[in-house]
Ligand binder design. Structure first.
Ligand code: GLU
Length: 402
């Protein structure tokens, strides 16, 4: 697999070829402020002890506290977290929110843990990272395989050990525990707002066919929201397999089926396809919502979508970007397309610090306004510099950071 941090650095270099920035600024951007690795000892339910590896990369805090999720995944490592942290710095700048970039992780497949083990591992990460954390220092959130419940355990552990009790040190908490209305759907909703802001300029009007890779929080909500907005979801996948139905899948029923059986595979009326077939299906919109390095030099020439909306972080490699650009396929880059998540995280942080509670309508109204504005700023930049949307977004972020 390609090294995601190398890819992220490459993306910066490619943007700098289009617009020049001071060398010292670029050098700084290519080096994270701090990379922390901890050992987390965990007593398993059977009484044995295992050591897990945990990470936090604080990439840049020029615009505000380090901000970014924590990923629990068997393949998580320092390289990946470095890339994700760098993308957070750029993402927060594109979204124009007062946050810097950070990211965390633990190398673990959480599906192999009991609830009790998962809770203790989450609390262990907080104990290990305690000196870094705080509402004006570093504010984690959920990412792949982490959720509101995990944020609840983490904020509880943090509050046991400090006097800081605003709740603002973690975002993505459940609404019942000082979370924000709308945070759960925010990444996907932001993606839909971005898409709707751009579709006319990109000649993508009417009811469209959509393929979505990944059915976690982001992919699942994107499927529901795009379907509700009048589009046809023709293929879906999860980590176990992929399915399609050209007539359209009922997303709610697929999600229910997955809940019952553990996978989308076997959903009545659908045809099973391979993960790689899913990416190359003929469709209007392809939405990668899983992991990095999915669209690469190998399969980019076979992509038939008209637009790729990156709700995952880093799904497209730089080589693939060039192939898609040459084919006239638009790629709405992750640092714009999925910035709705961290934007509503920032709303949550603000509500916690001010002791306020905003309604879902207020949250989505503010989110929509932001996403529309920044989507157009990215589009304007790509036109001004005659380049793709990714470089347009990188240049916007780097202008704001420099
Ligand atoms: N993990 C999400 C992302 O990659 C959200 C981060 C946050 O809310 O801080 O953007």
């Amino acid at each position: 697999m390609q090294n995601p941090f190398e890819n992220a650095l490459n993306q910066i270099k490619r943007a700098v070829e289009v617009k020049e920035f001071p060398k010292s600024f670029i050098e700084r951007l290519m080096h994270p402020d701090r990379q922390v690795r901890i050992s987390i000892p965990l007593v398993m339910d059977d009484g044995t002890e295992k050591i897990f590896e945990g990470y936090r990369v604080e990439h840049n805090n020029k615009r505000g506290p380090y901000k970014g999720g924590i990923r629990f995944h068997q393949d998580a490592d320092m390289n990946e977290v470095n890339a994700l942290a760098l993308w957070m710095t750029l993402k927060c700048a594109v979204a124009n929110i007062p946050m810097g970039g950070g990211k965390g992780g633990i190398t673990v497949d959480p599906k192999t843990l009991s609830q009790n083990e998962l809770e203790n591992l989450s609390r262990g990460w907080v104990r290990g990272m305690l000196p870094l954390l705080g509402p004006y220092k570093d504010v984690p959130a959920p990412d792949v395989n982490t959720n509101g419940q995990i944020m609840s355990w983490m904020v509880d552990e943090y509050e046991k050990l400090t006097d800081e009790k605003s709740g603002a040190t973690f975002t993505g908490k459940p609404v019942s525990n000082r979370g924000s209305e709308g945070r759960e759907e925010a990444t996907s909703m932001g993606g839909l707002y971005v898409f709707n802001a751009l579709r006319e300029s990109l000649n993508l009007e009417g009811s469209l066919s959509v393929v979505i890779q990944g059915l976690g929080n982001v992919g699942g909500n994107a499927a529901l929201l795009f379907e509700a907005d009048g589009h046809k979801i023709i293929a879906l996948s999860d980590s176990k397999g992929a399915i399609m139905n050209e007539e359209g899948l009922s997303v709610k029923d697929v999600i229910e089926f997955k809940k019952q059986t553990g996978s989308v595979v076997g959903f009545p009326g659908s045809k099973e396809i391979s993960q790689s077939e899913l990416l190359t299906l003929a469709c209007d919109i392809l939405i990668p919502s899983a992991l990095e390095n999915q669209i690469t030099a190998e399969n980019a020439k076979d992509i038939k979508a008209r637009l790729v909306l990156e709700l995952a972080n880093g799904p497209t490699t730089p080589e693939a970007d060039d192939i898609l650009f040459a084919k006239g396929i638009y790629v709405v880059p992750d640092i714009l397309a999925n910035s709705g998540g961290v934007t509503v995280s920032t709303f949550e942080w603000e509500q916690n610090l001010k002791g306020e509670k905003w309604t879902k309508e207020e949250v989505f109204e503010k989110l929509k306004e932001k996403m529309e504005k920044e989507a157009n700023n990215v589009l304007d930049n790509s036109r001004k510099y005659e380049t793709d949307l990714r470089r347009g977004a990188f240049i916007l972020a780097m202008e704001r950071l420099s």
